[in-house]
Design a protein around this ligand. Structure first.
Ligand code: ATP
Length: 199
């Protein structure tokens, strides 16, 4: 599995549709200060479902939409598509190539697609959760993040390792199941009370 390409349209400084193609191996993005190198990394985090504006170096999520320049009007939406080579079947989907798209409008509405089909963020997260590209984005190591890993508390470091090992998905599912069980037990108690009252 490797990232094949990234298309940005209206995302941060990328007003016009721009496609970056990645070959297997190392890819270097080189450019002057402020030319948009970090915006490319932000786009990868965003399309994979990043929800925190701060993690994307903005104040609010809307900041990912091209805000305009002296010669160009602001745009109404941002769109990023990440295409992943899945010839080795690392992602649990019957396609040798998987495209994930995220779109956001100024109204705040957002959409996700997997291979052109509308889906929920949860579907994107589930698809990626065993690949190591999980929701916590440990695959993206930003400036200063390495330091935070090295100084993390043992339990936080354990969470990083769990995510990388694909355990996190099952932990989340277990938590969800326990919450449902809890709610069900509450209902059962209520039912027992009502039955008692009817007797
Ligand atoms: P450095 O080498 O200094 O780290 P960089 O190449 O990583 O720089 P980025 O931080 O990716 O640069 O890009 C910063 C540029 O993106 C700034 O010029 C900023 O104005 C522009 N930018 C960020 N968000 C938007 C937006 N919503 N609309 C238009 N331009 C934006």
């Amino acid at each position: 599995m490797h990232l094949k390409s990234l298309t940005l349209k209206g995302f941060k400084s990328f007003a016009s549709a721009t496609t970056l193609r990645f070959e297997p191996g190392i890819t270097c993005v080189v450019g002057p200060n402020g030319s948009g190198k970090s915006n490319v990394v932000d786009a990868i985090a965003w399309v994979l479902g990043e929800q925190g504006a701060k993690a994307l170096r903005g104040g609010k999520m809307e900041d990912v939409i091209f805000a305009g320049t002296t010669g160009r009007a602001p745009l109404g939406r941002a769109e990023v598509t990440l295409t992943i080579d899945n010839a080795d079947g690392a992602l649990p989907i019957d396609y040798s190539e998987v495209s994930i798209t995220r779109r956001m409008f100024r109204s705040g509405e957002g959409e996700y697609e997997i291979n052109g089909d509308r889906c929920r963020l949860l579907d994107v997260q589930e698809l990626l959760s065993d690949s190591g590209i999980g929701r916590e984005m440990h695959v993206l190591v930003g400036q200063g993040k390495l330091d935070s890993y090295l100084h993390a508390r043992p339990e936080d470091r354990r969470a990083f390792i769990e995510e990388a090992a694909g355990v996190l998905k099952h932990r989340k599912r277990k938590e969800k199941a326990l919450r449902k069980l809890d709610a069900m037990e509450g209902n059962l108690t209520r039912l027992n009370d009502l039955t008692g009252e009817l007797r």
